[in-house]
Ligand binder design. Structure first.
Ligand code: DX5
Ligand code: ZN
Length: 224
């Protein structure tokens, strides 16, 4: 079953009190935690890695949705599973062997996702789509929180949902970047069901912001 799920991105949390921020978001009803790992090569910025994930794993049992913005991610899949990932998403642009990387993730017993940068066409998914649990459509260029939603991505989401209906109706479509209460309706309407939000969730009143997102998400059907 495909549910509508909110995945707060801890990239925008206050690391002075990461546990408190995480517990507030999860306590308000967020079902996934989106965890952005950046290597300073695939994307310009460097975020955090295994020790931080291992640490927050002790605070919650919600689903850890790890988004690897790193080159040759196949080098680290086992490590991320060991430190607590429940779902691992690799970028199609970051590996020469996407099919192998997907099989490696599945072989570790966690959910497998593939992310596409805004300019990457959907046809790179042609021979792996059926094996995936999730496709992440980047709705900004990856690397930083707080950027604006790229409007052309709405059509990309819609086309992917149509293609998935034919080959993998249970596919989760995740969107990441610039998701706010004024952009989320467009992505839900186009067929996304896992919504990442970083800067629009963390900061002041995390609980109130999670609840506002969840109220909007309830207006859209949960797909069977
Ligand atoms: C961007 C990251 C995102 C980021 C989203 O490269 O993948 O997950 O945290 O941040 P917002 O929601 O602020 O655009
Ligand atoms: Zn992300």
């Amino acid at each position: 079953m495909r549910k509508n799920i909110l995945a707060p991105s801890i990239l925008s949390a206050d690391f002075r009190h990461l546990e408190q921020d995480v517990l507030e978001a999860v306590g308000a009803g967020a079902e996934y935690l989106h965890i952005d790992v950046m290597d300073g090569m695939f994307v310009p910025s460097i975020s955090f890695g295994m020790p931080v994930i291992e640490c927050i794993r002790k605070s919650t049992d919600c689903l850890f949705d790890v988004h690897l913005m790193i080159d040759a991610p196949e080098r680290y899949i086992e490590n991320f599973v060991k430190c607590g990932a429940d779902s691992i998403t690799v970028h199609a642009e970051a590996t020469n062997h996407l099919h192998r990387a997907v099989q490696q993730i599945k072989g570790c017993g966690v959910r497998a996702g593939v992310a596409l940068n805004p300019s990457t066409p959907l046809n790179v998914l042609d021979y792996v789509l059926e094996d995936l649990d999730m496709v992440l459509i980047m709705t900004v260029n990856p690397g930083f929180g707080g950027q604006s939603y790229i409007p052309q991505m709405t059509e990309k989401i819609r086309t992917l949902r149509q293609r998935a209906m034919a080959v993998k109706p249970s596919l989760d479509i995740e969107v990441d970047g610039g998701i706010k209460t004024n952009t989320i309706r467009a992505v839900l309407e186009a067929g996304a069901n896992v919504c990442v939000a970083g800067s629009a969730v963390f900061g002041e009143d995390i609980r109130g912001k999670v609840e506002s997102f969840l109220r909007i998400m309830e207006e859209y059907p949960e797909w069977i």
